[in-house]
Design a protein around this ligand. Structure first.
Ligand code: ADP
Ligand code: MG
Length: 256
């Protein structure tokens, strides 16, 4: 059975897409069967996987509104090796359309059900909002991975996300839990970042992943080539951190 994880944080630019793409590629390199679902109309995870979002015949939008099934829309990433359910601007309209559809929060869950046996991991790249799209992601996930920067304000937004996750858990998806907080864009030379990192560990204990992703220019360059960072420069510190994170996820997934 596939383990399904949402990468979520309602803030933009915190490393959701970078985490999704690199975790997908790292898990594939580690021999896992992976599907990455791009739930953001910006289509950054799609492009970062080497798939042109402008040339898509079908996308996650068509799956959500029931025009095609997953098999009719998924594409294999030519650079990362994993499968992608891609997204583009079409998805921006889905929000409104979904409101009028049956089981609007469970469209993605229902669409995935028949393909459960095809994958070990399904990773969902959520948009920077707590919208109907994010809700669809949370409704089908076993758990949430929250990437965050070790900044002074990092914890503020967290409570909104935690409350949403609690509500989804109570009303829509009893399986949902927070798997962990992933420290990203980490700069060990900054005293403040070290302090916040230590606070996170003190506060959240083993909900904080051991792997720490450093700020690394190779990770930032890779998307412009349509190549996941862990493939673009395997030796870079950022790539190695995401490989370590993938192995940590494989270990944690066994305990489910
Ligand atoms: P989100 O999906 O949450 O909006 P992104 O993953 O797109 O965030 O990251 C925002 C920006 O930060 C992007 O330009 C990305 O390349 C860059 N970035 C993300 N993680 C790192 C990192 N570890 N080191 C350097 N740059 C990073
Ligand atoms: Mg993103």
């Amino acid at each position: 059975m596939a383990k399904i994880f949402c990468v979520a944080n309602q803030k933009g630019g915190v490393g959701k897409t970078t985490t999704c793409v690199n975790l997908a590629a790292a898990l594939h390199r580690a021999g896992q069967r992976v599907l990455l679902i791009d739930l953001d109309p910006q289509g950054n995870a799609t492009m970062g996987s080497g798939i042109d979002k402008r040339g898509l015949q079908h996308s996650v939008y068509h799956v959500l509104v029931g025009l095609v099934d997953l098999a009719g829309a998924r594409v294999n990433s030519p650079t990362g090796g994993y499968d992608v359910l891609p997204a583009n601007r079409d998805l921006a309209g889905a929000e409104v359309e979904l409101v009028n559809l049956e089981q609007r929060e469970k469209r993605l869950r229902n669409a995935l059900a028949a393909f459960d046996a095809d994958y070990d991991f399904v990773l969902i790249d959520c948009p920077p909002s707590l919208s109907m799209l994010t809700l669809n992601g949370l409704c089908c996930a076993n758990g949430v991975i929250i990437p965050m920067q070790c900044e002074y304000y990092a914890l503020e937004g967290l409570s909104d996300l935690v409350n949403t996750i609690k509500k989804v858990h109570a009303n829509l998806n009893r399986e949902l839990k927070i798997i962990g907080l992933l420290r990203v864009m980490f700069d060990p030379r900054m005293t403040l970042q070290q302090q916040v990192s230590a606070q996170l560990e003190a506060h959240f204990g083993d909900k904080v992943f051991r792997a720490i992703v450093p700020r690394n220019v190779r990770l930032a360059e890779a998307p412009s080539h349509g190549i996941p960072g862990v493939v673009y420069d395997k030796a870079a510190k950022g790539a190695q951190a995401y490989m370590a994170f993938a192995h940590e996820m494989i270990e944690r997934a066994k305990t489910f």
